[in-house]
Design a protein around this ligand. Structure first.
Ligand code: SAH
Length: 440
């Protein structure tokens, strides 16, 4: 009977690790070594393009030749990623002589160390060894990964980790009571509407939050899954005018963070695309509250995409411009050069554009954009209530009113609106999507 392996977490930062071989196995092994900060020496006459990119970027050293035993001088670990048995055995022998652990891709029995199947979840790393059966290890790892993704993680600990919470003396609520000064804010983009379009990082932080301050446009299903003890602040219900309301939101973020809470400010789409995320960051910075920014999938790109409209397309549009329509073109407060936008050839994506659509389209036409330019209006994109109206620049304002379309909606102007339509591709895109919110 073989003895059990002894699990360890190797801290490789700045330590020499030798990888012998430059093929598919090495390509898969190198990124985790670099992620661990290892000083990687790659020995191989040939490299895959991915490995060459690491070399070109200066992330590792490459000896373009076959292995010689002195390559291992000064190394802490060696990974053998060659098919050639005899060559691999020579590396093993040189490693054994120097008392360096040797991972063998070609022969588990000959190896002195095994690489586990791994899943990473923020600061937590789970490594699974399958008792000699890599498939079993992967099956177990996959199950753990699903579990970690589906459930709020245990209260994270460790310095610097957003949401790090120190248990209160006397065994209080460990999650809610953080060490003084440990509070922080994460500005998280929630994506455009489909709850699955939040990022992995955004989701992880959300599930670790003590307080969530959410916008009106944030997918309700994301909030549905929060733990009952999380304080949920609905920013759209704050009963003042827009600027007072923003001050109030800033105050809530800062107060809760200074009280030691981990606050997630969850915003529709991306936090910095017409989201006032910058103001919230400044308010936190002024109060000395640390902030993490997690970008989101913006409706400006994602809503057209899901409706079958690419914002760029080869030979059709080599640019796209995203503009807010929330201030009328003739208003003294407008910062947008609509006359210049009218002369662009490419795609124009207008957010918050329904209220002023008649004035916007008239201005674009007056300054030279063709009344026949294709336009699509997508209401509540990426959700189960998505509606798409296709029209032209000259007709769209009236048709939107006639169709009773309401915000939130994205208006797309340009030939990309028809780029995929002829091939029935828009329908293909729509058909491929499960009903938003449905579990795959
Ligand atoms: N930060 C957000 C945009 C905030 S401004 C983002 O990056 O997506 C709000 C505007 O975004 C809405 O008026 C609308 O124009 C657009 N929008 C957001 N979600 C949308 C959706 N699901 N469907 C259509 N438009 C949407």
């Amino acid at each position: 009977m073989t003895a059990n392996p002894y699990p360890l977490g190797l801290r490789l930062a700045g330590r020499r690790v030798v990888v012998v071989g430059g093929g598919a196995v090495a390509t898969r092994r190198v990124p985790a070594l670099l992620d661990a900060g290892a000083d990687v020496l790659l020995v191989s006459p040939e490299l895959t393009p991915a490995l060459r990119a690491h070399v070109d970027a200066g992330r590792l050293h490459w000896e373009p030749r076959r292995f010689i035993p002195t390559d291992l001088d000064g190394a802490w670990l060696v990974q053998v990623a060659v098919d050639d048995r005899a060559a691999a055995a020579a590396v093993s022998a040189a490693a054994a002589e120097r008392r360096i652990f040797c991972v063998r891709a070609d022969d588990r029995a000959a190896a002195t160390a095994w690489t586990p199947a791994v899943t990473r979840h923020g600061p937590v790393t789970v490594a699974v060894l399958g008792g000699g059966d890599p498939r079993r290890a992967m099956t177990v790892r996959d199950a753990i990964r699903d579990l970690l993704a589906a459930r709020p993680p245990a209260p994270p600990t460790g310095p610097g980790y957003p949401g790090a919470a120190a248990p209160a003396g006397g065994g209080g609520d460990a999650r809610g009571v953080a060490a003084a000064g440990a509070g922080r804010v994460a500005l998280v983009g929630a994506g455009p509407g489909d709850p699955e379009l939040i990022t992995v990082k955004g989701w992880r932080l959300l599930t670790g939050a003590d307080v969530v301050v959410a916008d009106r446009l944030v997918p309700g299903l994301l909030l549905d899954e929060l733990r009952p003890d999380v304080e949920l602040v609905d920013a759209s219900k704050i009963p003042y005018g827009p600027s007072r309301a923003q001050e109030e939101i800033n105050r809530i973020l800062v107060d809760r963070a200074l009280a030691g809470k981990f606050v997630v400010r969850l915003k529709g789409g991306d936090p910095y695309v017409f989201g006032r995320g910058g103001e919230e960051l400044l308010a936190c910075a002024e109060a000395g509250v640390p902030v993490t920014v997690v970008p989101g999938v913006t409706s400006a790109i994602a809503v057209p995409a899901v409706a079958g409209i690419p914002v760029t397309h080869r030979a059709v549009a080599h640019e796209f411009t995203v503009v807010s329509g929330h201030v009328a073109p003739d208003s003294p407060g407008s910062l947008v050069r609509w006359d210049a936008l009218a002369r662009l050839r490419g795609t124009l994506v207008i957010l918050m554009g329904l209220k002023n659509l008649a004035a916007i389209t008239a201005t674009l036409i007056a300054h030279g954009r063709a009344p026949s330019a294709p336009v699509a209006v997508v209401q509540e994109g990426t959700t189960g209530s998505q509606r798409v109206l296709r029209s032209t620049l000259g007709a769209v304002a009236e048709e939107v009113v006639a169709a009773g379309m309401r915000p939130p909606a994205v208006v797309v102007v340009g030939d990309v609106v028809d780029a995929l339509a002829s091939a029935g591709a828009a329908e293909a895109v729509r058909g491929a999507h499960p009903a938003p919110g449905a579990q795959a």
